[in-house]
Design a protein around this ligand. Structure first.
Ligand SMILES: Cc1cc2nc3c(=O)[nH]c(=O)nc-3n(C[C@H](O)[C@H](O)[C@H](O)COP(=O)(O)OP(=O)(O)OC[C@H]3O[C@@H](n4cnc5c(N)ncnc54)[C@H](O)[C@@H]3O)c2cc1C
Length: 228
């Protein structure tokens, strides 16, 4: 559902409003039983993910364990700070490249059940690598596949998924209108998920405020794995 705001419509320049899938999670404590190299622990965790996600969108094709040949390239694709990509950096237990919202829900539920810390990554631009580095056994919930952008010029709104990058948002708006924009950051590869959940400023800030000031609605998965 997209909610329209009178404030937005009253602005002399036209704005589009991105809506994001934001995930709110509590960080599960370190597991004493989980181990990066324990294959049976992997199996039970994956079993949990399969059981808690929508079977019409199989989560198995979204899961990358360290044994998968693509594991390293998936992990590295959104490591934007190479200081946190050394041979001694702790690697995730596995990576879930969510393809459907039920994968996000399953990750939240199963991460807690299995005492694994969940790291949610959208664009990977966190300065401290918070979205892909941890001191304890962890897995990454990667959002890069969930990056659709639906711009509706008539209502001056847009639905944007968390894995989209700012440059993609600007480009998709510009494809539909030369008179619309969205106030957000200057780096085109910053992810919408981490950017908007942090407030965020850019070149249009003095006139239109922060990105988050222009968000009208959001789909949220809460700590219980419930979608709102
Ligand atoms: C080169 C560069 C340029 C930048 N320019 C600007 C700028 O112009 N203006 C500005 O305001 N900021 C700027 N930033 C800061 C940037 O907005 C933040 O670091 C932002 O959090 C990055 O979001 P991300 O999704 O790319 O990063 P990520 O590393 O994926 O995520 C950052 C944080 O948000 C959390 N997160 C990610 N996705 C979600 C989600 N879907 N739901 C809930 N939490 C989530 C992560 O767990 C992590 O804690 C810049 C950063 C860099 C590295």
């Amino acid at each position: 559902m997209v909610v329209r705001s009178n404030n937005i419509r009253a602005l002399p320049s036209l704005l589009l409003v991105p809506i994001i899938v934001v995930l709110l999670v509590s960080l599960a404590p370190c597991s004493t039983s989980a181990s990066n190299s324990n294959p049976s622990a992997h199996k039970t965790f994956i079993h949990c993910l399969v059981n808690h996600s929508d079977s019409s969108h199989p989560i198995s094709s979204a899961i990358f364990t360290p044994k998968n040949a693509l594991f390293t390239s998936v992990l590295d694709s959104y490591v934007r700070n190479l200081r946190f990509n050394t041979s001694t950096t702790r690697k995730p237990y596995l990576i879930i490249t969510a393809l459907h919202v039920s994968h996000v829900q399953a990750a939240v539920v199963c991460g807690q059940k299995h005492n694994l810390q969940m790291k949610n990554r959208s664009g990977g631009h966190d300065y401290e690598g918070v979205s892909y580095v941890a001191e304890v056994p962890f897995f990454i919930l990667d959002m890069f596949n969930l990056r659709s952008i639906e711009v509706d010029i008539e209502s001056e709104t847009a639905w944007v998924q968390a894995g989209a990058q700012l440059g993609e948002v600007y480009y998709n708006i510009a494809k539909k209108s030369k008179g619309h924009g969205f106030p957000a950051g200057v780096c085109p590869t910053v992810g919408v998920g981490g950017h908007i959940s942090g407030g965020d400023y850019g070149n249009m800030m003095r006139k239109y405020g922060l990105s988050v000031d222009n968000v009208l609605d959001a789909q949220i998965v809460d700590v219980q794995g419930i979608l709102y």
